[in-house]
Ligand binder design. Structure first.
Ligand code: ZN
Length: 143
């Protein structure tokens, strides 16, 4: 049985991120600055280059890789919850190169913004806190 909690939409924040900024760090800073602790996120735009993660389910470790070229953000989707009492952004991203080939993965620091339009929808609900999960080795929601 899936574990679900009811949440309610509260506010929408819409804006853009600055050229040359780290994509994940900027989203996190936006959430910290607005005291956002529960939200969903979407964004489109472009990056100068990207660093993504792939979670290896055998070793229970992230493998990080860099895509060293300009790319379109064809989709970024994520959420904000709480880890160790701080807002934590978890986002996945799909990127396209000049031929339209797509890359995707877990957004990591080291992805640099060319231009980015972001929408953050804040939510009211219980605290979704991340705790270490033995089975997966991941910080999952403690709900
Ligand atoms: Zn992820």
């Amino acid at each position: 049985m899936p574990t679900l909690e009811k949440v309610h939409s509260r506010d929408l924040f819409m804006g853009r991120l600055g050229y040359g900024q780290d994509l994940l760090e900027e989203i996190t800073a936006a959430c910290t600055g607005q005291n956002i602790r529960l939200a969903r996120i979407e964004a489109i735009g472009a990056v100068q280059y990207a660093r993504l993660g792939y979670y290896d389910q055998n070793t229970l470790e992230y493998r990080f890789f860099t895509i060293d070229q300009p790319l379109e953000i064809t989709g970024l989707i994520g959420n904000v919850s709480v880890r160790e009492n701080e807002p934590m952004v978890h986002a996945h991203i799909t990127l396209a190169d000049k031929a339209g080939n797509a890359y995707g993965g877990h957004l990591a620091t080291g992805t640099i913004v060319f231009a980015c339009e972001i929408l953050i929808e804040t939510l009211d609900g219980r605290c979704f806190e991340r705790k270490f999960d033995e089975e997966t080795g991941l910080p999952l929601w403690n709900i």
